[in-house]
Design a protein around this ligand. Structure first.
Ligand SMILES: Cc1cc2nc3c(=O)[nH]c(=O)nc-3n(C[C@H](O)[C@H](O)[C@H](O)COP(=O)(O)O)c2cc1C
Length: 371
């Protein structure tokens, strides 16, 4: 309620990226004060065993995670975990530092509870992120951190570029995500074509083998909601064939048709739409992937999750973990706590000891994937 008022009176009138920077900085400063951090932890970090999820060889205190793009440079993941997220996916990080697109890059569609962004992966590069993530190990932090990597815009050899990021970041990642689905880096989404994706996975696997890590790092691919059903099936089959650990569905959509009416004035024709309008398509993609893979992959659902009911629906549709970005922006700092509490209540109401028991509960088994 207070956040909604603050949002309507103040935040909505300031450039969205500026608000993001200011609030992230404020939150980091708050959490840096040890007694405050302890207090927030006690109040907000999920302790309910009903929320515990075991996936990708990791323990998650809640299935609700912060989606990629919020903590692009791995500078605030501890603070977001304190707010109650069960895990944080940092990035997208590229091998080389880059400024991203020029001009305004995040647009709010408040009435539609949506955002449009054309960021283009601004980030300080893999080496800077590596240094920040390495500090986490010294602090013996318990936060689960996924690392999402993408292609440096200027890089001509995409595979070499991903390999370089893997080399630096894989030793510090709890799981690794190949982002081939952002609409804001020219040509990136072409890498979802099965043969290109297979070549990328092979290149990344080589880099992982060279890194000689004590434990294998789970490898996932994040996909777009704009793929055809046939392409989704082909990617699901490839994921099984290549023994990927999971898929993340979905990134933002370029389909303006998801917006009701003609859209808000000043919204760019390029860029990806997130939030409520993406919900039906993101859910449909998840259902298709689950039907195709029948529980053999970890699916992480993202796109238009705004409430505990939304998260629960994704879990029942086959997602082991759920992420959000836009729902958190509009919901405010106490939003993760609300979703966590709601999820635990929904699990109990349906007689599940843990939310994990409900994974795929609604979904029919689909046809077996092609050999
Ligand atoms: C401003 C903004 C920046 C984003 N940046 C990234 C990114 O760097 N990498 C990525 O994989 N996804 C990125 N995303 C996509 C989100 O992780 C998520 O897949 C998408 O927004 C759908 O979820 P939502 O409806 O909960 O926002 C970004 C989204 C927004 C709104």
């Amino acid at each position: 309620m207070i956040y909604r008022l603050l949002y309507a009176l103040l935040l909505a009138h300031i450039d969205a990226e500026r608000v993001h920077r200011l609030t992230a900085r404020g939150l980091r400063a708050l959490v840096a004060v040890a007694p405050l951090r302890r207090l927030l932890r006690r109040l907000l970090v999920p302790q309910d065993p009903a929320l515990h999820v075991r996936a990708l060889g990791l323990d998650f205190p809640s299935p609700l995670g912060l989606a990629a793009g919020f903590d692009k440079d791995a500078s605030g993941f501890e603070a977001y975990a304190v707010l109650g997220f069960g895990f944080v996916e940092v990035g997208t990080i590229t091998a080389q530092a880059q400024p991203g697109n020029a001009g305004t890059r995040i647009f709010r569609l408040t009435r539609e509870r949506a955002l449009v962004n054309r960021m283009g992966f601004p980030n300080a590069g893999a080496e800077m992120a590596r240094a920040r993530l390495a500090r986490r190990e010294h602090a013996a932090s318990g936060t689960v951190v996924g690392v999402n990597i993408g292609k440096t815009r200027a890089a001509e050899d995409a595979e070499a570029d991903y390999r370089e990021s893997v080399r630096r970041l894989a030793p510090h990642a709890d799981y690794l995500v190949l982002n081939v689905s952002s609409p804001n880096t020219p040509g990136l989404r072409d890498m979802q074509a099965v043969d290109r994706l297979a070549a990328l996975v092979a290149a990344v696997r080589e880099a992982l083998a060279d890194a000689d890590l004590p434990e294998p790092v789970p490898l996932l691919v994040k996909i777009a909601p704009d793929l055809s059903d046939e392409d989704l099936d082909a990617i699901a089959d490839l994921a099984l064939r290549e023994r990927l650990d999971g898929l993340i569905a979905t990134n933002t959509t370029i389909d303006r048709g998801v917006l009701p009416g003609p859209g808000a004035p000043g919204v760019p024709t390029e860029g990806g739409i997130s939030g409520a309008p993406l919900k039906p398509r993101a859910l449909a993609v998840l259902r298709r992937l689950h039907a195709r893979t029948g529980g053999r992959l970890t699916l992480i659902a993202v796109g238009g999750v705004e409430s505990a009911e939304d998260a629960w629906e994704r879990i029942r549709a086959g997602a082991t973990l759920v992420q959000a970005y836009t729902g958190f922006v509009y919901g405010g700092p106490l939003w993760p706590r609300r979703v966590n509490r709601g999820l635990a209540r929904l699990a109990r109401e349906t007689g599940c000891a843990t939310v994990q028991e409900a994974v795929g509960a609604e979904a029919p088994r689909g046809p077996s994937p092609a050999a």
